[in-house]
Design a protein around this ligand. Structure first.
Ligand code: ATP
Length: 273
């Protein structure tokens, strides 16, 4: 059997509390995935005959799509299988299809399980180029999704930065039929993200997370996490020079980090979402 090192089965420990902002996304995901899982008979009681097999998270990089998928798995007590679309497409003809079937087989044997397809656009994209193997990869994925009997077994979450280039067959009803936008954080969300990533640090009293949140317009959660790492480095450099001082991170260290780094997403890119 094909062994894919890029397929990772894990029991994630990510909780909603680890994710700043995105309250509306959380509510939507609760309705689509967590609730049906907690109350399997509820939909029938309400006369609904639809069952969802997958949903798509789209938006700029570094804005917690992966974290969200992991939190859904944690909150609904499911296993989590992560696959990268770009790795699948790199394989030889026939191998990618086998790998996809293998992913679903592994998911079924670890049910209930969420399959997380990161960079799912790379699969659809290759079909546009009328690449035979690309076509087969999409078809295989669709067949596997059509074969999912209930949400209680396997649920597929796809993530993409490029919803515009996604294969239309993938987004038809019964497949990735719920599309959820995961955008750049607003000021309130950024404050929460700053809090999440600094809560274990020895901060001095002058560190003002509200100010940092205001100064980081256009930054993703991943950008903010990166700024925290740079600030800690600056604080450690200062400590090294005089180890008799308290080990602490000051506002000036964050300001130093801010002066050195720009957000990764350009304005041009941000407009796309
Ligand atoms: P990509 O499109 O690059 O795969 P993504 O949207 O899947 O990105 P993640 O991998 O979930 O983003 O985020 C990268 C890291 O940035 C996370 O591990 C987390 O530490 C941090 N991060 C991003 N957004 C948030 C957030 N809203 N709250 C807390 N941390 C965040």
């Amino acid at each position: 059997p094909t062994v894919m090192k890029e397929v990772v089965l894990e029991l994630p420990k990510v909780k909603w509390a680890d994710i700043g902002g995105l309250d509306h996304v959380r509510q939507l995901l609760h309705e689509v995935t967590v609730r049906p899982f907690k109350y399997p008979d509820l939909a029938t009681k309400f006369g609904s005959t639809q069952s969802r097999k997958g949903l798509l998270l789209y938006g700029p990089p570094g804005c917690a799509k992966t974290l969200i998928a992991q939190a859904v798995a944690t909150e609904s007590n499911q296993n989590f299988l992560a696959v990268k679309g770009s790795e699948l497409i790199k394989m030889y003809v026939g191998e990618s299809e086998r790998a996809i079937r293998d992913v679903f087989r592994r998911a079924r044997s670890a049910k209930p399980c969420i399959i997380f397809f990161d960079e799912i656009d790379s699969i659809g994209k290759s079909r546009d180029k009328s690449h035979d193997s690309g076509l087969n990869v999409v078809t295989t994925l669709l067949n596997e999704m059509d074969g999912i009997e209930t949400l209680k077994d396997v649920f597929v979450i796809g993530a993409t930065n490029r919803p515009d280039i996604l294969d239309s067959a993938l987004i038809r009803v019964g497949r990735f039929d719920a599309h959820i936008h995961v955008g750049l954080p607003d000021v309130e969300a950024r404050k929460q993200i700053w809090h999440i990533h600094t809560k274990t640090m020895p901060l001095t009293a002058d560190v003002d997370l509200q100010v940092l949140a205001k100064k980081t317009d256009g930054h993703s959660g991943a950008d903010i996490k990166g700024l925290c790492a740079v600030a800690v480095d600056a604080a450690m450099t200062e400590f090294e020079k005089d180890p008799t001082k308290q080990p602490e991170v000051k506002m000036c260290h964050f300001e130093q980090a801010l002066s050195m780094h720009k957000p990764h997403i350009t304005e041009e890119e941000a407009k796309r979402y």
